[in-house]
Write a new protein. Structure first.
Length: 196
């Protein structure tokens, strides 16, 4: 499968064209938010408030970046474990969020919401925060500065390397990858690295 170039915000057709396992290079505008920011965002919307950034087509990066070193827009910016956002993600997809970036598998509720809403989840390589920070061209505080690293920030990125882990048609790399490995392995191996 060749690498696909995508731009954020994501269009509906772009999201629907992706398949679990597809490697992408993402450029454009994305927003950082972790669990504390997700909680505030959902509470704000529940009270009828307007979100601090446009949700339609938005891509949210589950990241709390380190402070920027001299001459750089951002410090290390690796992904955080995504399941902590699972309770909030379906509502945000219903409100227009079309892409999420993090690491690790997602719940069945998130997978169903992605299918229903035409959204995708991208996996970023954990432990590669310095490499991913090199893709960030600019960083601007958007909301909730008191959250420190977990505040919402607007990032402009170029060629951020990601893998589509959950697609808008029900494909899930965290399920299909181990299954394909077991089928291809000599003697029908039962699992690898603790995955059954």
């Amino acid at each position: 499968m060749e690498i696909m170039r995508l731009s954020a915000p994501l269009g509906a057709e772009e999201a629907l064209s992706l398949r679990a396992g597809q490697r992408v290079l993402l450029s454009g505008t994305i927003y950082t938010a972790r669990d504390a920011a997700h909680r505030r965002l959902c509470e704000l919307m529940a009270r009828g408030g307007e979100p601090p950034f446009p949700l339609e087509g938005a891509v949210i990066y589950y990241c709390g970046p380190a402070p920027a070193p001299p001459g750089r827009p951002i410090g290390a910016a690796g992904p955080t474990t995504s399941y902590r956002m699972d309770v909030y993600a379906p509502l945000l997809m219903e409100r227009g969020v079309r892409g999420m970036i993090g690491k690790g598998p997602r719940s069945a509720d998130v997978a169903e919401a992605a299918r229903r809403c035409g959204a995708v989840y991208f996996a970023a390589t954990g432990g590669a925060g310095a490499l991913l920070a090199g893709c960030v061209e600019s960083c601007e505080l958007v909301a909730w500065e008191d959250l420190g690293p977990e505040a919402v920030r607007r990032l402009v990125v170029r060629d951020m390397p990601l893998t589509c882990a959950l697609d808008a048609r029900g494909g899930d790399l965290y399920v299909e990858g181990p299954r394909a490995y077991r089928q291809a392995a000599p003697g029908g191996r039962q699992g690898f690295a603790g995955v059954e």
